[in-house]
Design a protein around this ligand. Structure first.
Ligand code: NAD
Length: 432
């Protein structure tokens, strides 16, 4: 049977919506939409990305050969403001994954109350196999290929897995050279401070995790000072989450990285551990600690568990064994939907990722605002403003959860969809 044009068109779009990440997000969207009795036309629109751009990215390699990579930019929803979301360089990047990530950015920005839509981009490439020159060539051509879709008032990319402040500097320079030849720092965030980046961006996600943790502890009437904290992952998010917890008097009893975990029931000295990792590149064999496996670490007796490494770490296989009273999701998607239900029924409090790790995008938003004003705040002001936005989002979600008696993840998604629903109904449908 042959397809007519519109069937073909639909089946092509549907093909990008089959990724596990997006399907998982859809399930949460639909459940949350039921809780708020979301307008059915709004829900239909929220279940599809607005635009999926696929580009070929030809790159001159160091041996003068040319390799052609595939790049993507998915613009999911721009009801609340310009599209915003990172750029990922990884060999597993494909369109279904980018669609899923772009959807998550839409709902994260909405629940945080930011005036931003959601997007994500990426190139299917293993960046560890590229020289610095090849990475620069790739970034400049990718930036050029998507330049008509991005811009300080349209779509503002940022770093993600495999990209960093240097990548953003090349992206910004390419865009600035092509679009008028003058400096346009507002086209990307996560830039080095010298060219319009924001102070406080490096520690923002870890600090946000701790601001949310303090609220979660207060909510559960457990003092944060003296609480036993376990942190999975000791990279950007995990190391700062551990440091700020330590500085506030919590006892960080265990942390892990890809090499495994370390434990000290009296608390680890986190500033010393950070120095140790700078030299040894890993937490392994840190003095005054004993080794634990990553699965043992998740099941330790503690008040707070901060998974700050990877997705899918707590699922139906270990959810019954978790002893923490509070989980703060520093990583994206560390607790599966099914595990969320089990933990909720066991009265374990989860601060969901869309709020808990929102510190990064909140300070990215500050960077964009500062670039537009050409006026830069000090770090104290950035941290205070971050605290105000992230704790307000947390309070809104807790209030909703208490009113509707649902789990925190559903509450966060429902708050997010409600804000989008209001805005979409006010703006209406173009042309009509
Ligand atoms: P990172 O690469 O700096 O650190 C990741 C850490 O996890 C490393 O210490 C690594 O050794 C460890 N790790 C890897 N595999 C592990 C395993 N099997 N068990 C235990 N530890 C393991 O990454 P990051 O920027 O800290 O990001 C961590 C998570 O937070 C990701 O899910 C990311 O998407 C999410 N996130 C990051 C930011 C940000 O601003 N960096 C913002 C929002 C969400």
């Amino acid at each position: 049977m042959s397809l007519n044009y519109s069937d073909k068109n639909t089946s092509q779009i549907e093909g990008h919506l089959n990724g596990p990440l997006f399907q998982n997000a859809l399930q949460t969207i639909e459940e949350a939409a039921k809780i708020i009795d979301c307008d059915k036309n709004v829900l239909e629109r929220l279940k599809k990305p607005r635009r999926c751009v696929t580009v070929s990215v030809p790159v001159r390699m160091d041996d003068y050969s040319v390799k052609v990579f595939t790049g993507y930019r998915v613009q999911y929803n721009a009801t609340l403001g310009p599209y915003k979301g990172g750029i990922r360089y990884h060999q597993n990047v494909d369109l279904p994954e980018v669609v899923g990530l772009a959807a998550l950015m839409t709902f994260k920005n909405s629940v945080l109350g930011l005036p931003l839509g959601g997007a994500k981009g990426g190139v299917c490439v293993d960046p560890t196999k590229l020289s610095r020159t090849e990475k620069q060539n790739l970034t400049r051509r990718y930036a050029s290929e998507i330049s008509s879709f991005v811009g300080p008032t349209k779509d503002i990319p940022a770093p993600d897995v495999g990209t960093d402040p240097q990548t953003m500097a090349w992206f910004m320079d390419t865009y600035s050279q092509e679009q008028g030849g003058y400096s346009q720092p507002g086209v990307v965030t996560g830039k080095p401070v010298e060219i319009g980046g924001s102070l406080g961006r490096n520690h923002a996600t870890g600090l946000g995790v701790v601001f949310v943790a303090e609220k979660a502890f207060e909510n559960c009437r457990i003092p944060f000072a003296g609480a036993r904290i376990v942190v999975q992952g000791f990279g950007n998010v995990g190391s700062f989450a551990a440091l700020f917890s330590y500085q506030r008097g919590a006892k960080v009893i265990a942390v892990s990285d890809v090499s495994g975990g370390i434990f000290n029931g009296d608390g680890l000295n986190i500033p010393e551990l950070i120095e140790y990792v700078k030299i040894n590149k890993s937490i392994k064999d840190f003095p005054k600690s004993q080794p634990v496996s990553n699965s043992q670490l998740l099941e330790l007796d503690c008040e707070g568990l901060f998974p700050c490494a990877l997705e899918g770490q707590i699922d139906v296989h270990n959810a019954e064994k978790i002893k923490a009273k509070i989980i703060v999701e520093g990583a994206n998607g560390p607790v599966s939907n099914a595990a969320t239900k089990i933990l909720h029924s066991r009265n374990i409090f989860i601060a969901p990722d869309v709020v808990a790790n929102g510190g990064g995008v909140i300070v990215s938003y500050f960077e964009w605002v500062q670039d537009i004003m050409s006026f830069f705040w000090d770090e104290h002001e950035i941290d205070n403003r971050l605290k105000s936005i992230i704790t307000k989002a947390f309070d809104t979600v807790v209030t909703f959860r208490n009113e509707k008696n649902v789990d925190m993840r559903s509450a966060a998604m429902a708050v997010s969809i409600k804000r989008l629903e209001k805005a979409m109904l006010l703006r209406g449908l173009y042309p009509r």
